[in-house]
Design a protein around this ligand. Sequence first.
Ligand code: ADP
Ligand code: MG
Length: 678
Amino acid sequence: MIDFANANLNTCNIQYIKGVGEKRARLFNKLGIYSVRDLITFYPRKYQDWSKNVSVLDAPEGEVVAVKATMITPVKEALIRKGMTLYKCNFSDGQNVIHVTLFNNKYLAQSLRTYDDYILYGKVEKSFTSASMTSPQIEKLETAGGVHPIYPATDKLNSRAIAKVIKTALDAIPEIEDTLTEDIRKRYHLCSLDFATREIHFPTKAENIEIARRRLIFEELLTLQLGLLKLKDKKETENKLKINADCTEEFCALLPFELTGAQRRAIGECVADMMSPQAMNRLIQGDVGSGKTAVAAAVMYSTVKSGYQCAMMAPTEILANQHYASLTQLFEGTNVRTALLTGATKAKEKREIKAALMEGEIDIIIGTHALIQNDVEFRELALVVTDEQHRFGVEQRATLAMKGTNPHLMVMSATPIPRTLGLIIYGDLDISILDELPPGRQEIRTDVVTSAYHDRIYTFIKKAIDAGNQAYIVCSLVDEGESDLISAKEYAEELQTKVFQHYNLGLLHGKMKAKEKDAVMSAFARGEVQVLVSTTVVEVGVDVPNATIMLIENAERFGLSALHQLRGRVGRGKDKSYCILVSDSKSDSARERLQVMKSTNNGFKIADYDLKTRGPGDFFGKRQHGLPNLIIADMLGDMETLKECQQCAEEMLSEDIRLDKYPALCDNINEMFRKTDY
Ligand code: ADP
Ligand code: MG
């Protein structure tokens, strides 16, 4: 045995807990449990209340209940067939007999003793003359206890076994040191950490579960928030790359249009950041088409005018190509020198570009994110812009910060996130929001139809192509093995041979290599491919102004935010554009969601609706955010607590920036962020 009184719970291995050992420890490892801290923060998924027991007469049909009963006949065993033994015995609740049947549970059957009192937990089936329970859980009355925790179990480790080990551990460790001061606990109505930890596992009263949950959710969100704020603090490095003039007015003369108010505001905020004593860490968030590229271009222009270099990174080669083309055109006739560096750049050219960058002969380099990971060196890199940031993880931002002399960071994202969440996900960044579209944008017409309309839609698409336009057809994921859904590949073949025989179709799906994708996308951008059949990979901000139709199959399968991103691929040119959502779903909620798409073109409104009705899956399911995994808190479900935590974190840091007063909390912050390798 180990001395738990002095052990560090974060590092103490669970194999030393009585009854665990090396072999069982491995079973726990499968559940992600290594340390004693992992174990005691492995919270129950739900509870069974065994304390409120009912008589057979009162037991509601079909509901799981606890019945207090005495065993009145010994167990009878019957072998039904090989490998299937039945155990039958009778209990009485004082008024009625309950026939109990157990399958194959020899261990339990042999432990039962006639005339002993038990709690039977399960469903009661009633007939005219008798009551019965099939495979109930059975515990001796004395040890049955009240509220039972139910843990997510595995084949070899059931909930009861987990509960037992957690109980042993909680009994062995001394009072858990509180991470928060009494003052904070009072202010935010929080119970002690020790109480919360013990009661969440083994509640002495059912009411205590909520009290414990509140504290633990608060604890987790606060740890996350403090960690992010500290991360931001760490990044708040001295600005050694101050720009010395705001050249936005000069830049405006290069543009073929007037900047929107929102663009001006965002540019102003960036320029102010870059002139301030601290380096810039800013997120530019704006709906598709809000003109983020122009914002980046303006800020890069001022940076170059101060004699520095800029790098702009895009998630795909095709997007990098596009940015390169539009920036080169924009800066034509000025002395701003641009270059493109991607995987496709020829070796010799690459060498020349790298040399030129080092010499300072290139002002703005555009490329994929490989740009910052390679051996690319700059003479004086002052600003790094990353486009479509939600494709990059937080880690890559950290890599960036290490590059060169702590350049200013500007990240651009079209994923609309409600502000409170933005503060968490991008807690280490300042945010500018582009909440205004350039004037004169025509609304994209959106229609929701059933697949019965396919022939009409195809005719409509052909007409558009004949008039010189192009179309996207998006269908569900390829090779998912879901037979009711048409995979992109099969669908494309069918369309080519049966519908669009006289047109060029291209296929784009997630399993293709980046090079292949870029080739298809470029052919589409050049107009050689007229219909692009694809999975959602087109969502990234590629600009094909000539494309006017976005057809989405099985539209109910997509999150609204994803649909909105897809829709943003059309309506980028002068021609009227259409988005057609095909769905045969009969579900009311699916139909209602698709109607939301029809009713608005505002990405923030759509995101709000999506979050309210679909939950956080879209934003948090894919771990695109790069945040630590939360154990108990659900950031959206616990929005109120999240707000309180944000306030609390700011109060704590304003009093004690290094959190010296909270050593245990600091430990936990490090632990939470260690697991995600920042
Ligand atoms: P996103 O924010 O989706 O990246 P882009 O930067 O690609 O948007 O801009 C979309 C289109 O709008 C581009 O063709 C761009 O030239 C144009 N644009 C940007 N700002 C303005 C503006 N203020 N007035 C008119 N057109 C603009
Ligand atoms: Mg863009």
